[in-house]
Ligand binder design. Structure first.
Ligand code: 5AD
Ligand code: SF4
Length: 471
């Protein structure tokens, strides 16, 4: 539920924090600098935009580099252990800097902070960290930061769950023309390898009218592309009294004037309905891209993962999608090295890759997450075996993506210009409807515009193109 009382309270804390930051500015003789470092997924990226909104509103410069900021905030991820290790690595470096610069403040938030073992470790071994909060109380950021600046002690505030949302606080979008929109929080699927349901809580859908109001506001503010975000968008609406489904929500978002592109992330194959495929096929605004995590192609492993679909039903779903939307790009996530996985299981995964012909796939080596059912299994596979199998999968992904990349060569398509190209300042980078990138000659005046581009040739995952007058 949206909590208006809490909103009022947090707006008061924004005022109080502004006074603190003004005092800090007087002492430093310059604007205090903050770096928000984001790990992990789109949800975290969106959360960081919320943190930056409050930081800017209260007087911080949020463009600072981590190495010279007065306040460093790590918005952490814990899906795989290497994400946790990265944070500890960064903290080691900051500890040395804090000795030289005692005024430096350090805050930690995000999924990793929802793990009890992490909090134990930080409260015992990382006393130099000033503030720790979690995913459920991020809307209290202004209050927490105010408390941090007015106290000498380490502040740790972690909630196990919440039913409240406070959505109308300031947000600083990274891009002026596109934005993520949370449509739901948490996850109920309990895939046996995954820590997300434990750190993000049970699934809660936002009311459709609140979502539409947010999209309308974004459109008024110049946003032309929205990405609807949830761990499993296809189960949107479960538990809501008005019972609206995800396809019905998409139709409502589509009506918002000014919004020209709609994306969504992530789809669970077990919940992707034919209704959704029909809505996508008929839509002029919903982008031709579905991210459809496979995880494994082996029925045995899928069952052990609690994914609730089979190789056959997954392939049939992809067929239905491709038949209804021929130009759709399908991408996926794959885990290699799940406990008990054999080379034959991986053969099945490779078979699916060959049959579906993914446009791209993110492949991960299984990471044991304490507290998940898979972590207790005695048949964990060796690192060496997992790496070998991982390389086999990677080769298959490269071949499949290789045949898909370039299929649009010669066509004129619309691209939303996102940025100046990283490699060549005389070029810009644009995103196609199917999520591929194209680089072409152009200037910063094009950023945020949708323009027609002729795709001249394909280079790996991207195209080189040329702007034209019309489609
Ligand atoms: N080990 C490896 N990969 C994982 N993912 C989730 N949990 C784990 C884990 N324990 C991957 C899944 C998911 C993506 C976001 O992260 O492929 O789709
Ligand atoms: Fe994790 Fe499965 Fe939920 Fe995705 S659907 S967040 S993999 S539990």
């Amino acid at each position: 539920m949206e909590n208006t009382e809490e909103l009022k309270k947090q707006l008061e804390y924004i005022d109080k924090l502004t006074d603190v930051v003004t005092g800090l500015k007087d002492r430093l003789g310059r604007t205090p600098k903050c770096a928000v470092v984001t790990f992990g997924c789109q949800m975290n990226a969106r959360d960081s935009e919320k943190l930056c909104g409050i930081l800017i509103k209260t007087g911080f410069d949020t463009d600072a580099d981590e190495t010279d900021a007065d306040l460093v905030i790590y918005n952490t991820c814990t899906v795989r252990d290497n994400a946790n290790q990265k944070v500890y690595g960064h903290l080691g470096t900051l500890k040395a800097r804090k000795k030289r610069q005692p005024g430096l403040k350090i805050a930690l938030c995000g999924c990793m902070m929802q793990e009890h073992s992490v909090i134990d470790n930080i409260s015992k071994n990382y006393r130099f960290v000033d503030l720790v909060f979690g995913t459920h109380n991020i809307f209290r950021f202004a209050e927490l930061l105010y408390n941090m600046y007015t106290s000498e002690d380490q502040i740790i505030d972690i909630w196990d769950s919440t039913d409240d949302y406070v959505e109308d606080l300031p947000v600083k979008r990274k891009y002026s023309y596109k934005s993520g929109v949370n449509i739901m929080y948490g996850c109920n699927n309990y895939c046996t390898y995954c820590i997300v349901p434990y750190v993000r809580g049970r699934e809660r859908s936002r009311d459709a009218k609140d979502i539409i109001r947010e999209v309308e506001k974004l459109a008024d503010d110049g946003v032309i592309e929205v990405m609807l975000l949830g761990q499993n968008v296809n189960s949107y609406g479960n538990g809501l009294t008005d019972g609206i489904s995800f396809p019905a929500l998409l139709l409502e978002v589509e009506k918002v004037e000014g919004i020209r592109r709609i994306r969504f992330m992530t789809s669970h194959p077990k919940d992707l309905s034919d209704e959704l495929i029909d809505v996508m096929a008929a839509s002029k605004k919903i982008c031709r891209h579905i991210h459809l995590p496979l995880q494994s192609g082996s029925d045995r492993i899928l069952k052990a993962m609690n994914r609730c679909y089979t190789k056959e039903s997954y392939l049939a779903l992809c067929d239905r999608i491709r038949n209804a939307i021929p130009d759709v790009a399908i991408t996926t996530d794959i885990i290699v090295g799940f406990p008990g996985e054999t080379a034959q299981d991986v053969d099945d995964t490779i078979d699916v890759i060959k049959q579906v012909q993914y446009d791209n796939a993110f492949t991960f080596i299984y990471s044991k997450r304490t507290g998940t059912p898979a972590a207790d299994r005695v048949d964990q596979v060796s690192e060496e075996f997992a790496k070998e199998q991982f390389n086999r999968v990677l080769d298959a992904v490269r071949i499949s993506a290789g045949t898909r990349n370039g299929i649009l060569t010669g066509k004129v398509v619309e691209a939303l210009v996102e940025d100046i190209s990283d490699n060549d300042p005389s070029m810009v980078s644009g995103r196609l409807d199917n999520n591929s990138m194209v680089h072409f000659t152009g200037g910063s005046d094009l950023i945020g515009k949708i323009v027609p581009v002729k795709l001249i040739n394909a280079k790996g995952f991207y195209y080189i193109g040329e702007m034209t007058d019309s489609i």
